[in-house]
Design a protein around this ligand. Sequence first.
Ligand SMILES: [Zn+2]
Length: 394
Amino acid sequence: MLKGAVLQKVAEKRFQRELGRYSGKQPGPLVVCIGGIHGNEPAGALALEIVLKKLHETNLPFRGELIALAGNVRALNGGVRYLQCDLNRMWLPDRVRQLKSRQADQTTSGEEAEQRELLEIIETALARHNGETVFLDLHTTSSEGSPFAIISDTLPNRRLALELGVPVILGLEENLDGTILNYINELGHAAIGFEAGQHRSPVSLRNHEAAVWLTLAAAGCIKPYYVHELYELQQDLKRSSSGVPQVMELRHRHGIGKTDEFVMRPGFFNFSRVAKDQVLATDRRGNITAPEDSLLFMPLYQKQGDDGFFLVREVNLFWLKVSARLRSWKADKLLRYLPGVHRLPENPDALLINTRIAHWFVVEVCHLLGFRKHSQSQQEDRLIVSRRRQSPED
Ligand SMILES: [Zn+2]
C-alpha cells in the first residue's frame, strides 16, 4: 500500500542526478545503477533510493562501491519519457566522441546536457576504479507483463543476468543502436538491463528493489542473507515471471517513424505468443503482421517511443551451455576455416561472410561463439560479424 502511494506521489518529486552512494571498508567491485533513463519510468530511481536508505540505516557490510544515478533528470522531473530525443539511443561511440569534443555551452538539447552529466560521473568513477565493474540499467514498460533482463550475449553478462532469476533476453545490440548498455559493454564492462513491469505498478518498484539487491549480491558486494526482506522480494520476482522461457533471443524489431501513425492492436502483453502472419498493429500503410511464430515483446502502448514492438524466440539451454563451453575453448579461431568465411585484415575481431557460399547456419554458429551481426553491413551477399567485446571470461 505504502509503495503504491509512493508511486502516486512521484509527480511531486524532484530527482537529483546522484541518488546516492554507498561503499564499504573492503575493496571490491564498482556497481553503477541507473534508474529513469526514460523519464516516464521513475520506479527504478525510487527503488534505488529505498536500497540506499536501507544500506545506510543498517550500515550493511559491503565490498566495493555502489553509485546510484537518475538517468534523464529533466524528463523525470517533467514526467515525460524525454524532452527532445530518447536518451537511451544516444550512446553510439562516434556520437559520444563528438559530444565530448564540443564545449558544454554547445549542447543542442536537454538530452545532450543529460548525457554530458552522466558521462562525467561514469567516466570519473571508472577512472578511479580498477577491478570488476557492473552496470545495471532499470526500466519499466508501458504494457503489463513479466519482468525480464536484457543483455548483450557475453559470458559475464549471462552469469549476472541469470542470477536475477527472471527471463533473460539476448541480442540487444543487434537490434537497438545507441543504448547506454551497449556503450558500457563496448568499454569491456558487464551491463544488464532490467525491466521490472508496468510503469506505474507498485510491483515494479518491488521488482526493481529485488534486482538491485540481487545484482549487489551477484557482484560480491553484499552477502544476500544480510538483507532480511530479500528472500520474499526474490520469491515475488520469480512468481511474476513464471511460465515464461528462461532465455530468449531478440529476432525482430519493428521501428516506427514520426509520421507512421503506428497503433498497436489491444490486448498484447510481454511474451504473448503470436503466430506467423498474425496482425499485431496497424500504421498508415495498413496491417503489420508477425514474420514468424514467436513471442511478442515490449508492445508500444504509449505515445512517445521509436520501437513499435519486438519479437523474441526461446533459446534452448543446451545450446547456451554448448556456446559457453566453445567460447572457453576459444573455438572461434576455427570459424575462419569454414567455407565462405574470411578474416578482415583491417579488423582482427571481424569476419566477412559470403552468404552465397557459407551455409545458413554460419550466422547461428557465429552467435554461439560470441560474434554479432553488424547492424549496418548486411548488404546483398556480404555479412560482417564482429566479436563482442572480450572479457577475461569470454
Ligand atoms: Zn525504458
